[in-house]
Design a protein around this ligand. Structure first.
Ligand code: CA2
Length: 161
């Protein structure tokens, strides 16, 4: 029996991912692993993203990652991602302490989010002690370096069920 053109076509399979999470990195985090390693560690942003994708894959969760230095860029990306994702893991970096716009964008999605930080912001300057996201986040993880992201994603997935 010879294969017809139709049966030779690749089978249509539903993709394996049942959920989708967006990971958002704020300003200067593109420098991770290349500057100030004593403060922010030696792991690079692509390495963090790869780990999160791997962690997501074993749980059947697709992970989308973005880094931007501009507040408006982050707001626009969050707005666009909102309808297609189930939740966010976000390190807003310096915008943590200044941005009502990022808070409003996340709230407008109606999706849960976890706030993560590499460093323990409470062990740093007082201006880093306030977060515009803290009271509306599902949870916050900080102080564990790159591991904060893994813990944050794990917590979010647990919340999503
Ligand atoms: O601890 C965190 O993850 C922070 O979000 C990092 C932000 C800081 O403004 C927050 O208060 C806490 C700074 C990110 C800067 O990233 C760099 C990475 C490598 C080299 C220089 C900066």
């Amino acid at each position: 029996m010879t294969e017809s053109a139709a049966s030779a076509a690749p089978p249509l399979v539903a993709h394996a991912y049942s959920r989708r999470v967006a990971v958002v990195h704020g300003p200067n985090l593109n420098l991770l692993g290349t500057r100030e390693p004593e403060k922010y560690g030696r792991v690079t942003l692509p390495e963090i993203d790869a780990r999160l994708r791997a962690l997501g894959a074993v749980r059947g969760v697709a992970i989308e990652c973005v880094q931007a230095n501009g507040e408006g860029e982050l707001v626009t990306w969050i707005q666009e991602a909102g309808p297609r994702v189930d939740g966010f893991v976000i390190n807003p970096a310096a915008y943590t302490h200044t941005s009502v716009a990022i808070r409003d964008a996340l709230l407008a999605t109606g999706k849960p989010f976890v706030e993560v930080h590499l460093t323990n912001v409470y062990a740093r300057e007082p201006f880093r002690h306030h977060s515009y996201l803290a009271d509306v986040a599902v949870g916050r993880v900080m102080g564990f370096g790159a591991l904060s992201y893994d813990l944050g994603l794990t917590g979010l997935l647990d919340r999503l069920g």
